[in-house]
Design a protein around this ligand. Structure first.
Ligand SMILES: NC(=O)c1ccc[n+]([C@@H]2O[C@H](COP(=O)([O-])OP(=O)(O)OC[C@H]3O[C@@H](n4cnc5c(N)ncnc54)[C@H](OP(=O)(O)O)[C@@H]3O)[C@@H](O)[C@H]2O)c1
Length: 377
């Protein structure tokens, strides 16, 4: 029996993780959960999973102390104490954004295996982590899970990895069209049901840009070994090409429960008929295209950020977090998310990242610069 703590339990990845835990009651036991402010939803989860010993809200104090045997707490210190008092076998980290990087490193320092959905912390902490799979991090992001599942033991046998990308809601559109798109249009993803932040990142291809850096953080690949192809059907979740010319493709249903289940079952495979790939019984097509890098500059910005290195990675991610929020609240346009980020990464003079203080400094620099750029300050 693996004891699971689920951070971000009320979100999209959180809900899919609960589904997997419910499906394997003899193998997985939920012992702790967290959310930001959704107390009622957290209570419902605890009622469905009475094995939960504790529940933590980050954004406010809970209105009650306990539900059944589950104790309710507030804040990061309480969460870290609970992890120390009742250590789980795996922590599922499904809180979005780079704002929780200190929490992530605190858990990593406790030597607890982390099933990691959050790519932003891996991007910002690249220099402190690489390669992260050697540090007990189990990828949940479907592209990284694909690479993890097919990568050979000898990493030097990898010629390159190709991250596949559905193209998002604006595949095939040019800058003229994108100038006036609304948050509602940007959040409508054609293939995946996801939280707001990752849906917007898919529309700007920032999601793929972050994943290029995430692949470097997780597996240690050189920048020139990581590329991207648009694959609108999203059957493939990524590919690995080996030095002798063989190409391995991981394919499957577009459902995050598959990579979540693998992270929780690893090194085993568990049968789950709900996740079978119907495509294999029907005729289906696979199309692959090169991304339109002129329109979606996010990919080149990520490459530039990796080449500059150090604090630039935290700048790139922080800028994306803030600019995404500014777009969703109507302050800036869709193209500004990509254009401003490129300008910031381009003019940033990086410093080495040797600890959390260097990342904090990069966050402060980005916040100050972004408000000048967006003419808010
Ligand atoms: N969704 C996907 O299919 C998908 C795929 C690949 C990777 N990812 C990655 O997985 C992560 C989670 O994405 P998601 O789509 O599941 O997000 P989501 O649906 O927005 O859910 C976010 C969860 O985190 C909690 N939360 C939000 N801000 C928090 C904060 N500052 N402190 C503590 N808890 C906080 C939320 O609590 P409340 O409900 O109380 O606000 C909720 O439980 C992201 O990093 C994303 O990039 C997601």
């Amino acid at each position: 029996m693996k004891r699971i703590v689920l951070l971000g339990a009320t979100g999209s990845i959180g809900t899919s993780t609960l589904d997997i835990i419910k499906r394997f009651p003899d193998r997985l036991e939920l012992i702790g959960v967290s959310a930001y402010v959704q107390e009622e939803a957290l209570k419902e989860i605890v009622n469905r999973f009475p094995s939960c010993r504790w529940a933590v809200l980050f954004g406010k104090s809970p209105s009650i102390n306990r539900v059944g045997k589950t104790r309710f707490f507030h804040g990061q210190t309480a969460l870290l104490d609970a992890l120390r008092d009742y250590p789980p076998d795996i922590v599922v980290f499904a809180i979005p954004g780079g704002g929780v990087i200190e929490l992530f490193f605190s858990i990593l320092d406790m030597n607890l295996p982390i099933a990691m959905a959050n790519k932003e912390c891996l991007v910002m902490g690249l220099d402190l982590l690489m390669p992260a799979v050697g540090r007990n991090i189990l990828p949940i992001d479907s592209e990284q899970s694909a690479i993890w599942q097919i990568i050979p033991d000898r990493i030097s046998d990898v010629k390159r990895v190709v991250l596949t990308c559905s193209g998002g809601p604006f595949f095939g559109k040019g800058r003229d069209f994108l100038r006036d798109v609304t948050p509602e249009m940007a959040l409508r993803h054609p293939r995946w049901q996801m939280g707001k932040k990752v849906s917007l990142d898919s529309a700007t291809l920032m999601n793929k840009a972050l994943e290029m850096i995430e692949a470097r953080a997780l597996f240690g690949f050189d920048i020139d070994k990581i590329s991207v192809l648009v694959h609108p059907q999203a059957h493939s979740h990524s590919m690995v090409e080996l030095i002798d010319g063989s190409v391995f493709i991981q394919a499957g249903i577009t459902d995050m429960r598959l990579p979540i289940q693998y992270a929780l079952s690893f090194p085993e495979r568990w049968e789950n008929p709900e996740l079978s790939f119907a495509g294999l019984d029907n005729a289906f097509s696979w199309d692959f295209y090169h991304p339109d890098r002129d329109t979606f500059s996010s990919l080149d910005t990520a490459i530039l950020a990796m080449k500059k290195g150090g604090s630039t990675l935290a700048v790139f991610n922080t800028a994306n977090d803030i600019l995404g929020d500014l777009f969703l609240n109507g302050t800036i346009g869709f193209l500004d998310i990509m254009d401003i980020n490129y300008r910031l990464v381009d003019r940033h003079s990086p410093w080495p990242v040797e600890g959390m203080e260097d990342i904090r400094r990069a966050i402060d620099w980005t916040e100050a610069e972004i408000y000048k750029e967006a003419r808010l300050g």
